[in-house]
Design a protein. Structure first.
Length: 159
């Protein structure tokens, strides 16, 4: 169920995407509303699942995870349990920070963070390639990130 979001909701969400630590009073001032209304809106947005979590975003390089790998995984077969088993397996690997199921030539796209190429090689041979049903893995190393944001492009002009 998608809740109806009005202009005030969208402005609040935009501010929270920029800084989830903003005090309610600051948000209320910036959206020209009362603290009570803003607090209620944030609670409603949280209860409905629009706000999934409030987290700290870390710089992966500054915590020793300087190598980002984009891996395309092709499965050998698409039996009843193969794809769900793959998904369950990759959820257990902390190195996998994103997993997308794709349509097309490959089945999954993984975003993987490791400390070194050697660490990825070990992960590749000992973990990823050992998952039942994996036929082929094509890995690319990210040299730089031109765009790296968690902010959604909200349509703030909505009324």
């Amino acid at each position: 169920m998608n809740p109806e979001l009005d202009a005030l909701d969208l402005r609040i969400l935009d501010l929270l995407q920029r800084d989830a630590t903003l005090p309610i009073a600051d948000i209320a001032e910036q959206v020209a509303s009362s603290r009570t209304v803003v607090w209620r809106r944030i609670q409603k947005l949280t209860d409905s699942g629009v706000i999934r979590a409030r987290v700290a975003l870390l710089d992966h390089r500054k915590v020793g995870l300087g190598v980002m790998v984009i891996a395309h995984v092709k499965m050998a077969r698409h039996g009843r349990d193969v794809l769900p088993n793959f998904l369950a397996a990759v959820k257990l690997f902390p190195q996998v920070i994103e997993c997308h199921t794709l349509m097309g030539d490959v089945d999954f796209l993984l975003k993987i963070l490791v400390g070194s190429i050697e660490e990825y090689e070990q992960f590749f041979w000992q973990k990823l390639s050992q998952i039942d049903g994996v036929q082929e893995i094509s890995s690319s190393i990210s040299m730089s990130q031109t765009v790296n944001t968690t902010r959604l492009p909200l349509r703030l002009q909505r009324s």
